[in-house]
Design a protein around this ligand. Structure first.
Ligand SMILES: Cc1ncc(COP(=O)(O)O)c(C=O)c1O
Length: 451
């Protein structure tokens, strides 16, 4: 055990120490990779160190390293070593974090971290929440609470509103919980990629005129595409007036409220009925670590709690916090531990600084792009995200993504903004240096001119 464990710790320590020099990773051919693993396990066990070597050779290099300082694609996963060790502890002791009965200290840690997150977002002390796998599950969990609280689970004629910049997990969650496509209003965003109050007001009015039941607004606190934040205060006013549930998808951006830069953008977040927030994004935790926060935690509990004969000992003490009563999972891993342990180890100031760095890096990227000919900024640095393109051809942007992938120095991906293909950098990794950003733009510039 020790030999195997130390070998793994050494491998991880080397990875954390030397990340910058390696390639950003690779996306390998299916024809090469699938046959390597598409076989039955051996009858007799194999030597663990030989297996570790196989993983080092075949698995680790053949993924993208989302924690690499020059990984700017999608939403990076710049986790921290303490979080990794916490996961090892949680798995090693196989902590059961489903009930107070099975894991009272784990439940207490979770409660503590969730309550801190609630206070950080400005929620009152009626609030609570739950750690879940990620933003997708946080959105789903919040929408189940909304459906239960406002519709008593009867979705017929109920209408949900969100902008065309909203993450696809919201639409999927709504589908999973029984909403049909005709019950969803995906509203066009304005020139800043925000949901406009007028557009929303008109849509609600038109639905009421048809005797439909406007039910819920989903706002963004940092869209995946451009980092835009919907006008949360105005949306909260309208939601209150219309008696709608306001869910804020802050999976990407809400954690930035810890920093001054984020706080300035997230006024009104505290007025939401529920919030999704992903510690495995901008709070530097290992996957999977999402969190759902609900202004009135009693609504979350009444949406999910189901008692069972074999859980009678769990439910005897009604005042105890049973995570399983607040979400989909019964058996669940101890996700809160990594958040707690890394916050305690580094302290809040380090987190604030690391988040602020994300804002600054995107601004450096924007400045570098503006200083070079041929580059157009399609969405300025906002919430550590900047979108741009070289020339007018969509095909060139796609080719640039492939060229950076082949090159291996850095990675960025593309999206579509108002029908045009845009390149996008997301810069939330605090280990990224100014030179990493400048070097990436330099390489990109050379590749673009060659194309
Ligand atoms: C705004 C937003 N919401 C939801 C999600 C889904 O989160 P997850 O991938 O953790 O399920 C993402 C992921 O990038 C996101 O950016």
């Amino acid at each position: 055990m020790r030999e195997f464990g130390y070998a793994i710790v050494d491998l991880l320590a080397e990875h954390f120490a030397g990340g910058r020099s390696e390639r950003v990773g690779a996306k390998s051919d299916a024809a090469k990779l699938i046959p390597m693993f598409d076989c039955d396990p051996p009858e007799s066990g194999r030597d663990p160190s030989e297996l570790l070597s196989q993983l080092e050779r075949d698995v680790i290099p053949n993924n993208l390293h989302v924690d690499h300082p020059r990984f700017f694609a999608f939403v990076p996963g710049p986790n921290n070593f303490v979080s990794v060790m916490a996961d090892a502890l949680a798995a090693g002791f196989n902590v059961f974090n489903g009930t107070w009965f099975g894991g009272s200290a784990a439940a207490a840690v979770e409660l503590g971290v969730v309550r801190w997150l609630c206070r950080t977002c400005g929620f009152p002390n009626t609030a609570g929440g739950l750690f879940v796998s990620g933003g997708s599950m946080a959105n789903l969990t919040a929408l189940v609470a909304a459906r239960h609280a406002l519709l008593q689970d009867r979705t017929e004629g109920a209408i949900v509103y969100f902008s065309d910049q909203t993450h696809s997990s919201v639409e999927r969650a709504l589908r999973v919980i029984g909403f049909l496509p005709e019950q969803l209003r995906k509203l066009p965003s304005d020139e800043r990629f925000q949901l406009s109050i007028e557009t929303l007001r008109d849509a609600i009015k038109s639905d009421r005129a048809k005797s439909l039941r406007p039910f819920c607004v989903i706002a963004n606190a940092g869209t995946t595409n451009t980092g835009s934040v919907d006008p949360l205060n105005e949306l909260a006013d309208l939601a209150a007036k219309e008696k709608l549930w306001l869910h804020v998808d802050g999976a990407f951006g809400a954690a930035s409220i810890l920093s001054e830069r984020g706080r300035a953008l997230l006024g009104g977040l505290k007025r939401a009925d529920s919030i999704s927030l992903d510690p495995h994004k901008w709070l530097f935790q290992s996957f999977e670590c999402g969190c759902v926060l609900v202004r009135d935690v009693a609504l979350l509990k009444s949406a999910f709690q189901i008692t069972a004969d074999y859980l009678r000992d769990v439910h005897r003490a009604a005042e105890q916090f049973n995570p399983c009563d607040h979400g989909v999972q019964l058996t669940r891993s101890f996700r809160a531990l990594k958040v707690w342990l890394s916050l305690q180890t580094f302290g809040l100031a380090a987190f604030r600084e690391a988040i602020t760095r994300g804002f600054e890096l995107a601004e450096i990227a924007e400045r570098e792009l503006r200083s070079r000919e041929g580059w157009e900024i399609l969405s300025p640095a906002r919430m550590a995200t900047v979108c741009f393109r070289f020339g007018k051809s969509d095909n060139v942007q796609t080719k640039l993504v492939d060229a950076t992938m082949d090159d291996g120095y850095a990675l960025l991906t593309s999206t579509t903004l108002r029908g045009a293909v845009a390149l996008r950098l997301c810069t939330i990794n605090p280990r990224t240096t100014d030179d990493d950003v400048i070097g990436t733009i330099d390489r990109l510039d050379k590749l673009a001119r060659k194309l």
